[in-house]
Design a protein. Structure first.
Length: 88
């Protein structure tokens, strides 16, 4: 199990690097989606959100998207190397 954890950490770190470099377009797309989600939230909740609050909410959504991407990337790499399906 320790090998799995170290491999996942390595792959998650690699995913973060690739998101900054190779997948910069994906990173920008995630930002656009996060901004759209904030707008949808504002409409659904029928509230006015200050600029600073919008930025914080956008960053929270974006962080979750980056984390999901990194975990998915790491799991996919481990599955590809071991040829076994990973179930969390």
């Amino acid at each position: 199990m320790l090998d799995f954890h170290s491999k996942m950490r390595e792959n998650i770190f690699l995913a973060r690097e690739r998101l900054d470099n190779d997948f910069a377009g994906s990173k920008e797309a995630m930002l656009e989606i996060a901004l759209d989600k904030v707008k949808q939230f504002q409409i659904a909740s029928d509230t006015i959100i200050e600029c600073e609050e919008k930025e914080i909410l956008t960053l929270l959504i974006l962080a979750g998207m980056f984390q999901a991407f990194s975990l998915g990337y790491g799991i996919g790499k481990v599955e590809g190397e071991t040829l076994k399906k990973i179930i969390l």
